[in-house]
Design a protein around this ligand. Sequence first.
Ligand code: ADP
Ligand code: ZN
Ligand code: ZN
Length: 748
Amino acid sequence: SASSQTFTEELPQGSFQVLKVALPSPLRRLFDYLPAHPAPPCGWQAGLRVRVPFGRREVVGVIVALTTGSELPRSKLRAISDVLDDAPLPSDWQWLCHFTARYYQHSLGDTMQLAMPARLRQGHSMAGRTQTLWLPLETHDESSLQRAPKQAELYALLRQHPHGLAGRAISAHGFTRDQLLALQKKGFVRAEEIILTAPKASSGSLLASPSLPLNREQAAALAVLHEKLDSYHPCLLEGVTGSGKTEIYLQLIEALAAKGKQSLVLVPEIGLTPQTLARFRSRFRVPVVALHSGLTDPERLDVWEAAANGRALVIIGTRSAIFTPLANPGAIIVDEEHDGSYKQHDGLRYHARDLAVARANYHNIPLLLGSATPSFESLQQALSGTYRHLRLTQRPSRHPPAKLELIDLRHQRRQGGLLPGAIKAIQSTLNAGKQVLVFINRRGFAPTLACHSCGWIAECHQCDSRMTLHRQPPLLACHHCDSRRALPDACPKCGSGDLRALGSGTERTEETLQGLFPNVTVHRIDRDSTRKKESFEQILKEIQRGEPCLLVGTQMLAKGHHLPHVTLVVVVNADGGLYAADFRALEHSAQLLEQVAGRAGRAAHPGRVLVQTLHPDDPHLGQLAEHGYSVLARSLLEERRVAKLPPFCFMALLRLESPKEDEVLALAQQAAQALRQWLTEACIPVRCLGPVPAPMERRQNRYHLHIMLAADKRSHRHAAANWLVQWLEANREARKVRWSIDIDPQTL
Ligand code: ADP
Ligand code: ZN
Ligand code: ZN
């Protein structure tokens, strides 16, 4: 690799120094620049950020390599304008960027841009922000304060804070800056500049509150983790919802923090709630920092800097936190490792869990993947012995997770999507003073608006899909392209006024339940009802107070949250993933059902889970209900093995799209043909499928095609994807078409 090589020897005659720089550009190449004079004090090194002229602009890039000579003549090369760092960016970060760009077939420059905080991208320095602390000095002569009562008062205040007070806190107490400066002049206080984020931890104990005594299974799992704290040690912690996985994370972190080592904890997007953070912060006295979407750019840089310099011992964050540099890496923990939010779905389509595996291996540190519903990828690694398989089958609350009770949706009248049996169960749960969660994976009022006279259906003009009917506010919306239309008064085809809403979404179920139970609060939780940032948090707080109430929600509610008073969960329709075209749909839908079911009976009370379905005899659903996710997953894995699908093969998906159907089809056919020919000539066993239309071929008036690659070996898949990307980059026709490569695609 090209990290930290420097020019030390004299250059051969006639050659000249060239810096290869990664720039924000989708092109998969580096750009040559001449070094500026003088060289930076640390010498020219890979990993230094530089500002360079690029076309008519100046951009920030990163030096990747130093060479002599260029394909271009020296006279064509431009010089670096500015060096932005006095030391290279952290080497583990550089390594991860190189790895990510190579593995996902992405431009290194764009990868680096995405992997660094916005402030660094903009060219700011990496230093963390500081604040001034005012500390009291011991003095024997307080007489000089006798005629300055305010100063005496301030001095007394500061003596109550021997570790110092910030200027802001001092003015909040009603003192002025002049009073402070007067005290400083007289030798009563001194100022100290300290770093804002994760300043040095006070010595003493690691823990702010004691760890819980572990049950037998937890203790066994932790003992396995303790066996190898100093080397790569991948473990899958498969534990039913509420079985105490988080307690294991906390105690692993504790063991590493005791050695001064850092833990990086990844959580799903909806998992990083103030409650989660509070749980980590209340356990540790050492600095715990969080990377989430609510941070300002300077705050984000501060966290990055605190991690890079080793002051933050616990770093919690969502997907992109995987790119946080660590000075003393101790472990990487991925909570709910199966969660879809770890995969980025546009641009650089990386999977943070998979990068966590690569990174733990690189650092030679433990890796802990936790889930109640492990991904088939991780489960297969555990079953084959590549990962240690740790299991928690019991909950500390002793109530086992509730079994799913399937109820038949066929031939029965429903109200707002709910069967009479479900409504009765809701009634008796509310009567018992408990809460009910109704899970429905569709927002809006109804998924379809249809004419009862002629059969017309409201369709999106831009996509191959139907419009969803919304009542709050009333409109038709396409959930694929976000286009909106006013509600028609009459059928646009036959003029009939008999337009009907078919099926149920969250709004309709909410309305029905409010009508049935007028004295009970109904909280609807979906993307529409929680647009404002605080509203979701507020509702969660209210739910946690424990009054009997009804929660109607999409998967926003289904995952991660601790809802101690919910004892009944109703799944309005379990059939979404049963017969879908995507081979992963069943896995994802089983995970979701098990996670939803896990919301019931997490605390002191046992729970019930009612699952409405049109396919009560479906064998997979039956197996999930009877034996739970872990048994179903193992039998589905066998089906994947037989069908040679992931995790028993490695895939890449090329997506192509254009407003012109014939253009995209012509290019896709050419690309597939060229690839097939190359694969045959090079004797590389990769299956190439397609081009085929994407599941929704027309989206936002653009035509979408897929070419799928599958290979038994990762290296073969890599070679084929790499060849395809290079072919497309070199092809003039390809510039008219938007295309992207997705390595290890998670959805079609
Ligand atoms: P998970 O992460 O597996 O969903 P949690 O770690 O959140 O489970 O644990 C569920 C609940 O059980 C929490 O309230 C937690 O405080 C409690 N808990 C976990 N481990 C223990 C233990 N060893 N003794 C008592 N309570 C525990
Ligand atoms: Zn009509
Ligand atoms: Zn649309």
